[in-house]
Design a protein around this ligand. Structure first.
Ligand SMILES: *Cc1c(COP(=O)(O)O)cnc(C)c1O
Length: 361
């Protein structure tokens, strides 16, 4: 028996399950399992990435000043309070590393994003799961679960995999009523899909206990590049910058993300297309008797009668070369999460679900 053992909590981590991308023996599969932008990144971003090939021998910027300035300009934020990470996953990790350790509690919700629990356990802190109300974040339940050991409260708004969100008044009420030592983290991975929503930026600016995380992996189509960022009060950003490695982001990642955020036309096109196809897909599924909550993200959570029906539908979709996401790991065994693809993909997945439902019921 080895005496070499990891820190407490680490062996409790159930490794993250990514969305599948292959079906055995199938070509021409459509991947709708990871909430990727079906159109990919903007041409300007791809051009910036190609140019970065000529700078591969150079160490990257350590302060990310150009990318922070671009984000600040486009989103109307103070660049001094932005911190960039290897995906927003790294910002989540920095927050747990900085604010939660053994004896501390970190709150996430019943159908919350898996990385909150993983990063909490990786730092020896205790994850606390709070129930939702019919797949919607319940601010009162979160406040009731808080105590003097609560250090972080993670909510994704819009939430993944439910697609639902809570309003700004609810977020403000949550922030205002947290215990003194707790920090609210608003994960805005899907915030850009919601027109007129600032993903919590104004709440960050109004308070000392709110941080927002954002990503280039979804609307900007750069999941493979790994760039995310956080926006927080100066005291939090100063802390995160101490734990952040000086060269956490490559030059290629920095310049590509900068070009992506500045291409606001591409972002708007992708968002509008998502809005249109999301409504179409939800309506098509409803027509086949498959319910879903009104989604605010780039995916739909399709609800089936039970786990067996969801799994049988998933098996049928796979046989048709369509890959969606099982979400039993998110306490939703009777659901499948379907990314809103381009129009042909949406038509294919709707058609296959229609076939399945015609046979199943
Ligand atoms: C996809 C996603 C992220 C983004 O993670 P990255 O590390 O930036 O790719 C963060 N939070 C939620 C809820 C997500 O669904």
């Amino acid at each position: 028996m080895t005496k070499i053992i990891p820190q407490p909590g680490i062996m409790e981590i159930a490794p993250y399950q990514g969305g599948a991308s292959h079906v055995e023996g199938m070509t021409n599969v459509v991947k709708l399992s990871s909430n990727e932008n079906p159109f990919g990144p903007s041409e300007a971003a791809k051009e910036a990435f190609r140019k970065a090939a000529y700078e591969l021998h150079r160490y990257p910027s350590t302060d990310h000043a150009d990318l922070r300035a671009a984000i600040g300009e486009v989103h109307g934020l103070d660049p001094e309070r932005i911190v960039c990470g290897v995906g927003s996953d790294e910002i989540i990790s920095f927050l747990c590393q900085s604010y939660a350790g053994p004896g501390d509690e970190v709150i996430h919700t019943e159908h919350g994003f898996a990385m909150y629990r993983i990063s909490t356990l990786a730092n020896g802190a205790t994850p606390v799961e709070v129930r939702e109300r019919e797949r919607v974040t319940d601010v009162d339940a979160i406040l009731a679960a808080c105590n003097e050991n609560t250090r972080l409260v993670f909510i994704a708004n819009p939430n993944n995999p439910t697609g639902t969100m809570v309003g700004e008044a609810d977020l403000a009420r949550l922030a205002a009523n947290l215990p003194e030592r707790a920090l609210l983290v608003i994960d805005g991975a899907y915030g850009e899909y919601v027109e007129g929503y600032d993903s919590g930026a104004s709440l960050v600016e109004a308070r000392e206990n709110v941080v927002m995380t954002r990503t280039f992996s979804k609307l900007y189509g750069l999941g493979g590049l790994r760039v995310g960022w956080g926006y927080g009060p100066q005291h939090v950003v100063d802390v995160l910058n101490r734990v952040r490695g000086p060269f956490n982001l490559s030059h290629a990642a920095l310049v590509t993300a900068e070009a992506a955020v500045r291409d606001t036309d591409w972002a708007a096109k992708c968002r509008d297309d998502n809005t249109r196809m999301r409504a179409w897909l939800a309506e098509a599924l409803a027509g086949y008797g498959v319910a879903s909550d009104t989604s605010t993200g780039n995916f739909i959570l399709a609800r089936f009668a039970d786990r067996a029906e969801a799994e049988a539908c998933d098996a049928h979709l796979q046989s048709e070369g369509l890959i969606v996401r099982r979400v039993a790991g998110y306490n939703l065994p009777h659901c499948l999460r379907i990314t809103v693809g381009d129009e042909p993909s949406c038509r294919r997945v709707a058609h296959a679900i229609g076939q399945f439902m015609g046979r199943a019921r």
